[in-house]
Design a protein around this ligand. Structure first.
Ligand SMILES: Cc1cc2nc3c(=O)[nH]c(=O)nc-3n(C[C@H](O)[C@H](O)[C@H](O)COP(=O)(O)OP(=O)(O)OC[C@H]3O[C@@H](n4cnc5c(N)ncnc54)[C@H](O)[C@@H]3O)c2cc1C
Length: 432
């Protein structure tokens, strides 16, 4: 899972512009292919018939989890986001929209289908930024589900959080190696991860990403930070680096290009989070509908009482609006490889909408809604942190507002009237 928002350090060349766009990478299409509807149907059936009936057991029983992973492979729904050459289904962002939404209808769905955070985002990053040797060593076992990984950016105050430029973890050259020093926290999946993608400062305004193997001398994974959610394998952990020595081959991407290269992960990872959490919200909505059509109150079905209909309709509106934003953003990412403004808007809206949808569903289910007989209370806790990780809502709103003002000012300098200022660039993407 991620971590931070827009780096405030000066950006140089943009890796998403210098590399092929996300949708144009080998084996990926820009539009949903014919098979995606079929795949989406298979995922829905897999989640409904094989995952949801045992989801409580999966959490505590690793054997059930392993069996379900085998079942996901057999159903042809395993690793939808991973590249084809590495055993995945190689879906474009737009193709992932419905598939990942369906996977998210169970909290455990993405895990058994190997499209959960943080591995899914790390696969995207490795696919685009890693050397062929690094892809063999790290991406392949990640895509096959043999190992887990983590992305380590955030640090305790005063270090990197909403503002990645506050990064305090350092990496300095020592002969042909690098020595990493510093502390991280809230690192999802760190306990049990086979490797970490670590962001460290390598200059006044520069950072570099490193691939660090678990068990490297000088690296320790510490306390699980107790958080409101509980759905991520490997917890949200503290990490300490003390003269942690890594070879030069551990550099992921170019030295000093860490902030720019991290964008390869952050935009798509925010959107895939939106897809999965929308699935959770939809499931909450479905459970609520099941309750309101059965419950009789004041001589009517609950579903027919006006104030209840208001909540039901608002859920429908939030689901439809979230889906539309996810799709347009996914299409822009596929087409241009970059969609900073769209991902900020989608992430802010969807992270808040899923909270509203689950909360309304809890409300209409009454006492059962807050009990653990239904999964709704659990969903409420699981979706809340999404308004903070992947960039807090306030940071994204700040970025969206600054871009709007910049756009307006640029249009005015260009002689266009305020009513006519351009909101879309010639390629169809909202300007970042
Ligand atoms: C469950 C969970 C999992 C996580 N997993 C990972 C992970 O795997 N890897 C990783 O590196 N990090 C991870 N994080 C960390 C997460 O990315 C950070 O918590 C997030 O970036 C915010 O940083 P911070 O906690 O330091 O809060 P701060 O940076 O201290 O921000 C606090 C609050 O200030 C407000 N704020 C910030 N900027 C502005 C602004 N410009 N204007 C107005 N208000 C503002 C926001 O409300 C924000 O929530 C995870 C966090 C959580 C909760």
């Amino acid at each position: 899972m991620s971590e931070a928002s827009e780096p405030t350090t000066p950006a140089r060349a943009d890796p998403l512009r210098t590399r092929a766009g996300l949708g144009r990478r080998a084996g990926r299409s820009e539009a949903p292919g014919d098979g995606v509807q079929d795949l989406t149907d298979r995922v829905r059936k897999f989640i409904d018939h094989q995952v949801i009936p045992v989801e409580r057991e999966i959490e505590t029983d690793p054997e059930v989890r392993a069996e379900l992973r085998a079942a996901a492979r057999a159903a042809g729904v395993f690793a939808p986001s991973a590249p084809r050459g590495y055993g995945g289904l190689g879906l474009s962002m737009l193709e992932q929209a419905d598939v990942l939404e369906e996977s998210g209808r169970s909290l455990l769905g993405p895990l058994v289908m190997n499209c959960a955070a943080p591995d899914e985002g790390n696969m995207t990053l490795l696919e685009h930024v890693a050397t062929p040797a690094q892809r063999e060593r790290y991406l392949r076992p990640l895509a096959t589900g043999d190992v887990r990984s983590a992305f380590a950016m955030t640090e305790p105050a005063p270090g990197a959080g909403s503002d990645p430029a506050a990064l305090t973890t350092t990496a300095v050259r020592d002969g042909g190696d690098w020595l990493i020093d510093g502390g991280k926290w809230l690192i999802t999946g760190a306990d049990g991860a086979a490797f970490f993608i670590v962001m460290a400062r390598t200059g006044a305004d520069a950072a570099t990403m490193f691939l660090v193997d678990a068990g490297s001398p000088g690296l320790s994974v510490g306390r699980h930070i107790p958080t409101i959610d509980a759905g991520f394998t490997g917890g949200h952990c503290e990490m300490v680096f003390e003269r942690c020595r890594v070879p030069s081959s551990a550099v992921l991407g170019e030295v000093d290009r860490g902030f720019a290269n991290a964008q390869v992960r952050l935009g798509p990872a925010r959107l895939t989070h939106c897809m999965r959490w929308l699935g959770v919200a939809r499931r909450a909505h479905e459970i609520m509908l099941g309750y309101v059509v059965e419950r009789e109150l004041f001589g009517h079905r609950l579903a027919d009482l006006g104030l209840a209909q208001h909540l039901i309709a608002d859920n429908e509106i939030d689901i439809a609006a979230s889906r539309a934003l996810i799709r347009t953003t996914a299409a822009t990412l596929d087409k241009h490889g970059r969609a900073n403004n769209e991902t900020s808007i989608a992430k802010t809206f969807v992270s808040e909408a899923v909270g509203r949808i689950v909360d309304r569903s809890v409300q209409l289910c009454g006492g059962q809604g807050v009990s653990h007989d239904l999964p709704l209370a659990r969903f409420l806790a699981e979706v809340r942190p999404f308004r903070i990780y992947d960039g807090p809502s306030e940071v994204h709103r700040w970025a969206v507002a600054r871009r709007a003002v910049r756009r307006y000012e640029a249009a005015r300098r260009g002689g266009q009237g305020s009513a006519e200022f351009v909101t879309r660039d010639p390629q169809g993407g909202i300007r970042a």
